[in-house]
Design a protein around this ligand. Structure first.
Ligand code: FAD
Length: 503
């Protein structure tokens, strides 16, 4: 087999980003992907005439000068992959116990909207938004952070004093500090599914990063996610000596003398390169490379939770008449988000779940997702991986029955609160569980966002890194931050570490 300069295991967004930049820089890049579609969680799959993106619904940092735009511009693909912006007056609608609040772009606008609606809580609202603004501003400047202790580093301590102050805080710590009332605790954490943790557990810095980034614009690729991913793959393949090979699950990373010497796939093929990059979970990579390949501290994390996703094809009704549109809907049955998450994850009680509802066909009218006259509705919520994976392994009937039960409960909630008689209008329904994510996205324990986004795992150390092996590097949602923008950003950061070229 030919020798490559860089061999990348996995074609998730982190792997594709660093791979595309290295290919563009003239390196011979090989990407080996286990699945039959590239993109990891951002891949799309077909079901009859429908096409669904496995997990991604809306993304941030696509505006001019922001991470994804800079990346696509460097690739010469910014015009090929245009984005549409979700409604700036309300890109996310949060519905708590039936009360709907629209989140607009513009933090001050959002603050004032809430103050007008809840004037009795003006003080906690002002204090919350002040904290979000100062932390968000410092997060934005993070690229300037010096790597060694120098006078500049000491100055940085001052410039990043709010990040340092809140480093170990949860969102709930901040709520307690500003005396936030229960209803607003729920509304302000309304995008909780974007980090899959309730206020009690999520890192406050991570919450701010999410809120602050979407505040600049929530985007959807005009020609859908499959086109976004395919364009990057085509760019890589178009470079001399570069290739993206699918259905190539790497089952062994060979090591000799502290270096990777090659990889073997399940098909028995052997590939070699000068440098290796893993876009696979660090613990899973360590299992492929064997004992001693990683500093144990790097592998000391628990995973984020799994999700159940319903992919629905709808005909004979217009979802716009039921509260959907150029926005997502976040549904919470009541205002105690800590309890909702505990019910679903610890007590396995999904009888009254929180829901994320997204309508890609209302985000962009471009064809490619479903037959004419149809629309797509995607619905997700959190659930525990271990129980469903065990059922799937031990008793396939019980697993399918449980899946069906959860699906029917979710449909009941949607019919009761949003779309009466939805079931009469479904021409396609597919249900994915954390076990599905494990099978089709190779996500260990069906994890959604890599290492859990608690204060313990959110910090300056969460970025691409070199393993203990001289020529093996890591980049993914854990060796970096989750989300499409987060993992593309991690890919560009690794590219900078390897070449000195900042995109
Ligand atoms: C339910 C859900 C909803 C989400 N919604 C959004 C959203 O709306 N917006 C957003 O920005 N982000 C969203 N995300 C997060 C985002 O999709 C991920 O953070 C991001 O895509 C992860 O990229 P990654 O680089 O870590 O690679 P991954 O997506 O984890 O891909 C890794 C790739 O490596 C491959 N692989 C693994 N093992 C091997 C092996 N041994 N050999 C070869 N290949 C291998 C896998 O098949 C996979 O293709 C969502 C995630 C989930 C689960």
């Amino acid at each position: 087999m030919a020798t490559f300069d860089d061999l990348i295991i996995g074609s998730g967004m982190g792997g594709l980003a660093v791979g595309a930049m290295l290919a563009k820089a003239g390196r011979r890049v090989l990407i080996l992907e286990a699945h039959d579609e590239p993109g990891g969680y951002a891949h799309s799959f077909r079901m009859r005439d429908f096409r669904f993106c496995a997990q991604v619904h809306y993304i941030f940092n696509c505006g001019e000068g922001e991470t994804i735009h800079r990346f696509l511009s460097r690739l010469g693909a910014a015009e090929t992959v245009p984005f549409v912006r979700l409604d700036p007056e309300g890109f996310d609608h949060v519905v708590v116990a039936g009360e709907r609040v629209q989140i607009p772009n513009g933090l001050l606008k959002f603050r004032d909207r809430l103050v007008r609606r809840f004037p009795q809580w003006e003080r906690p609202l002002r204090r919350y938004f002040e904290a979000v603004a100062v932390v968000g501003e410092e997060l934005d400047r993070l690229e300037d952070l010096p790597e060694r202790i120098t006078p500049a580093a000491l100055l940085a301590v001052y410039r990043y004093r709010h990040l340092l102050r809140y480093l170990k805080w949860t969102l709930e710590d901040l709520y307690d500090h500003v005396d936030m009332p229960p209803k607003l605790r729920a509304i302000l954490a309304g995008q909780s599914g974007d980090y899959l943790l309730p206020p009690r557990d999520v890192s406050f810095l991570l919450h701010v990063a999410l809120v602050y980034n979407y505040d600049r614009g929530a985007y959807y690729p005009k020609h859908h996610f499959f086109h976004f991913v395919e364009t990057i793959v085509e760019k890589i393949r178009a470079e001399p000596g570069c290739e993206v090979l699918l259905e190539r699950e790497v089952e062994r990373i060979h090591v000799e003398g502290g270096r990777v010497t090659g990889v073997t796939t399940k098909r028995g093929e052997h590939f070699t390169a000068g440098r290796y990059i893993s876009n696979v979970d660090p613990k899973a990579t360590a299992r492929l490379a064997g004992a001693g390949s990683f500093d144990e501290k790097r592998l000391d994390y628990e995973y984020s939770s799994g999700t159940i996703t319903l992919y629905l094809g709808v005909h004979g009704l217009d979802l716009q008449e039921h509260g959907f549109g150029s926005h997502n809907v976040w549904h919470y049955p009541h205002q105690d988000l800590n309890r909702i998450y505990d019910d679903q994850l610890l007590r396995h009680d999904l009888s009254n779940p929180w829901l994320f509802l997204s309508t890609p066909t209302l985000h962009s009218g471009e064809p490619g997702l479903c037959p004419p006259g149809h629309q797509i509705l995607e619905v997700a919520t959190s659930c525990d991986h271990a129980r469903l994976a065990r059922l799937r392994r031990d008793d396939r009937r019980a697993y399918n029955a449980e899946k069906k039960k959860i699906r029917e409960t979710i449909l009941d909630v949607i019919e009761a609160s949003y779309v009466p008689k939805l079931r009469d209008h479904l021409s396609m329904r597919v249900t994915g569980t954390p076990a599905t994510n494990e099978r089709f996205c190779w996500a260990p324990a069906g994890n959604s966002y890599g290492a859990a986004l608690t204060p313990a795992h959110v910090g300056f150390q969460r970025k691409p890194f070199r393993s203990k092996l001289e020529n093996l590097w890591m980049v993914n949602a854990t060796a970096g931050f989750p989300s499409v923008a987060g993992t593309v950003g991690a890919g560009l950061e690794l590219y900078r570490q390897l070449t000195g070229d900042r995109v």
